[in-house]
Design a protein around this ligand. Structure first.
Ligand code: CS2
Length: 492
């Protein structure tokens, strides 16, 4: 007998977080990837199971049709497979009311943002999806996509374009206030999104510009948020496990670790689900939580991924099990990141660090070094420059941050020599890094050239002692491998 497909008729009752999807859509979510489906969707389903409300989620994928199509075929159901060495469980959030693909149904997305029932737009489009220039941290006016969205003679293709055009339609429809909630790993993600929206609006022709700017100022809020859950990419092994646990076939399950954290600024223009019922923390110092997570978890994660990939590790748990990598991670946490943070009063730094090591060691997840190592050119800009500059201005060399940058350059520019895991990392800057590596007369000139292009913001490239240290470590990586480079960074 063939296993039936997940859907309304085959709902595995014990696994449902909600008995039936909500009837009304209160949230339009941009970015229908795994992270959203294992994080905000689960918190929302759990909150609604406690306190019901009109908060169904319309999920909007950017270009890719695979998840939206499968979700439609499964009547908007999918499973979240929570795994740790202690075992796995599968649940079905059942909180989506629709699934769209923005590239194919752009007008439906703008209409959804403008609909009176919609009161929140949430976003997970990754660091890369914000079309800002890492050099200026402002809207990338050099991007052809951004320029086309500003001209407005075709439906918008960037996230900022979609949001602004959706807000404009909402203003014209008189649908009232709305919240735009970024759930991506950008420091001050609400503030940055508000800034990009303002910069985009400022480029529109007058009087359209003034009217929209005034309406946005009065009617839209952009709370900051800290999101945290390790969510790998889906593989056939996850599909098989869900089939075994639930007795149904799911083409698009999402694997996730048991841990999940969401901290929000309680600044919603038109209401919100009772997320506190699902363990969400509302706090005034969200930015402190964001920086804590962005540096301790994400910054160190990048270092583990690059050293691990260079040492032949396919997964993060394999990498963190190598003593030289866990020592480098420990030093990155304690010597380079922690001193640059104001740890929120409710957090115990030692407990936080201990839980990070436990989470990275979760061997049941299969989180790959290539996934964490991808898009380093946009991720590292959020993780490394600010803490590095804090140390350099105080006259200290952040050794592990220099090692992070060197290992990144080695992974991206090292070609076949850097091994298969590094070769599988995707990054918009890969070609230009390979090119600089090929032409550079020395590691020093390569590092100067790559950082000089603004890869890590405008300021870091001007610290000759930092770029020199990155170049020395890059040399060691090339000549003697990751272990020798990590030993030098620890001794430095
Ligand atoms: C990771 C994050 O891929 C990466 O860059 O550091 O996706 C990380 O797993 C999440 O932010 C955890 O919340």
């Amino acid at each position: 007998m063939t296993t039936p497909r997940l859907g309304a008729a085959t709902d595995p009752a014990h696994a449902l977080l909600r008995p039936a999807p909500p009837e009304r859509t209160g949230i339009v979510h941009l970015g229908l990837g795994n992270f959203h489906r294992a994080h905000q969707a689960v918190h929302t389903a759990r909150a609604l199971a406690h306190t019901d409300g009109p908060w169904g989620i319309l999920g909007v994928a950017g270009n890719s049709t695979s998840v939206a199509t499968a979700m439609r075929e499964q009547e908007l159901r999918y499973a979240v497979l929570e795994s740790s060495p202690a075992g796995s469980t599968a649940t079905v959030p059942g909180v989506h009311t629709g699934a769209l693909v923005a590239a194919h149904e752009p007008e439906a997305v703008l209409d959804a943002i403008a609909a009176p029932d919609t009161r929140i737009v949430t976003i997970t489009v990754t660091e890369r999806g914000y079309t800002y220039s890492p050099r200026t941290r402002s809207l990338d006016l050099d991007s052809e996509l951004v320029r086309a969205d500003l001209r407005g003679d075709a439906p918008p293709r960037t996230t900022t374009g979609r949001i602004v055009r959706g807000l404009q339609r909402r203003m014209r429809a008189g649908s009232g206030p709305i919240t735009v909630l970024s759930c991506d790993n950008l420091g001050g993600n609400g503030r940055q999104t508000a800034r990009l929206v303002r910069e985009f609006t400022a480029e529109l022709p007058a009087p359209e510009r003034e009217e929209l700017q005034r309406w946005t100022d009065a009617s839209v809020t952009f709370p900051n948020s800290m999101v945290d859950r390790i969510v790998p990419a889906t593989t056939d092994a996850h599909r098989a496990e869900v089939r075994e646990l639930l007795g149904v076939r799911d083409a698009v399950p999402v694997p996730a670790e048991p841990f999940s954290m969401w901290v929000l600024e309680d600044d919603f223009a038109a209401g919100r689900p009772a997320w506190e019922r699902s363990g969400v923390l509302f706090a005034d110092d969200v930015e402190a939580y964001e920086l804590l997570k962005l540096r301790l978890l994400n910054g160190t994660h990048s270092l583990i991924a690059y050293l691990g990939a260079l040492d032949g590790c396919d997964t993060i748990p394999e990498a963190i099990a190598r003593p030289f990598i866990s020592e480098a991670a420990d030093r990155a946490l304690r010597a380079d990141y922690l001193p640059t943070l104001a740890v929120p009063a409710a957090v115990d730094a030692e407990d936080y660090i201990a839980s990070l090591f436990q989470r990275w060691a979760n061997s049941a997840l299969g989180h790959r070094t290539r996934q964490v190592g991808s898009d380093g050119s946009v991720k590292l800009a959020q993780r490394v420059p600010d803490p590095a500059l804090a140390h350099l201005r105080a006259g200290r060399m952040p050794q592990q941050l220099a090692l992070t940058v060197a290992a990144y350059l080695r992974c991206l520019g090292g070609g076949a020599d850097a091994g298969p895991h590094a070769a599988a990392m995707s990054d918009p800057a890969r070609e230009s890094i390979v090119d600089s590596m090929r032409r550079g007369a020395s590691s020093k000139s390569t590092v100067d050239e790559v950082l000089g292009r603004g890869l890590l913001g405008p300021e870091l490239a001007g610290h000759a002692d930092f770029t020199a240290r990155v170049a020395e470590l890059l040399d060691l990586l090339v000549r003697h491998g990751p272990k020798a480079a990590a030993a030098a960074a620890c001794a430095g």
